[in-house]
Unconditional design. Structure first.
Length: 253
């Protein structure tokens, strides 16, 4: 049996990148999977390729963030696992971030997970059933570079939300954990490097040469870790925000 056999899993932000990797890994481990995305073409293609159920949603809208859970429950009767993988990484420093950019980061990176979790936990507690949630954070929660000020702020908030919700619902047997991922090789990161940093086709090789393990993090590696946290194989762990990275935060040379 797979690690998620007979589980109903919702992956918010699952049409590409890390989220899409989690969709594939959860299906491989026996789950019934629903995923959301803003872009119909990407979502429908992944659904056709994998057999997962695609729900188009703009998670910046709290009603649609809650609705992603409601539609999962309507389709399958319950939700057992939630992964919040949607993320906005547009650049902005303390000095040049506009209120509109700040609000966009809060909406996607913090408010959407909050209200999706609200809906998921409501279903789980209403059924008096255990469940698991994994929030995809970022190592920028520890501070981040100057050009990611609103992003870092939102991800720090997500880490606090993860711990708060895990504490609040530990007696409900709902385990909630976070994964602060580092620099990862995704389609979105490729687009970001080209748009904001004038990167060429060799940017991955250059980036890897400056990293301890000699390469960027890989989507399938992260997805396998997420599946483990969703599954019973991660035991009783809850309220953990794990640094999934090759840099050691707090370490000094």
């Amino acid at each position: 049996m797979g690690l998620l056999e007979d589980k109903v899993v919702l992956v918010n932000g699952g049409s590409q990148g890390v989220g899409a990797g989690v969709v594939r890994a959860a299906l491989r481990e026996g789950a019934t999977v629903v995923f959301t995305g803003r872009w119909a073409e990407a979502g429908e293609k992944l659904a056709a390729d994998t057999g997962a159920r695609f729900v188009r949603a703009d998670l910046a809208d709290p009603a649609q963030a809650r609705g992603s859970v409601d539609r999962t429950v309507d389709a399958y009767g319950r939700i057992d696992c939630l992964v919040n993988a949607a993320g906005l990484t547009s650049r902005g420093s303390l000095l040049d971030t506009t209120p509109e950019l700040f609000d966009a980061h809060m909406a996607i990176n913090l408010r959407a997970p909050f209200f999706a979790m609200q809906a998921a936990v409501t279903d789980m507690t209403g059924r008096e059933a255990p469940g698991t949630i994994v929030n995809i954070g970022s190592n920028c929660a520890h501070g981040g570079p100057p050009h990611l000020a609103p992003y870092s702020t939102a991800k720090a908030g997500l880490a606090g939300l993860t711990r708060n919700a895990a504490h609040a619902h530990r007696w409900d047997r709902i385990r909630i954990n976070g994964l602060n991922i580092g620099w990862t090789d995704t389609e979105g990161e490729d687009a970001t490097q080209r748009a904001f940093h004038d990167a060429g086709d060799d940017w991955r090789e250059k980036a890897g040469a400056a990293l301890p393990m000699g390469r960027l993090g890989q989507v399938d590696e992260i997805a396998d870790f997420v599946v483990l946290l969703l599954s019973d194989r991660s035991g009783v762990v809850t309220g953990s925000v794990i640094d999934w990275d090759q840099n050691v935060f707090g370490g000094l040379d």
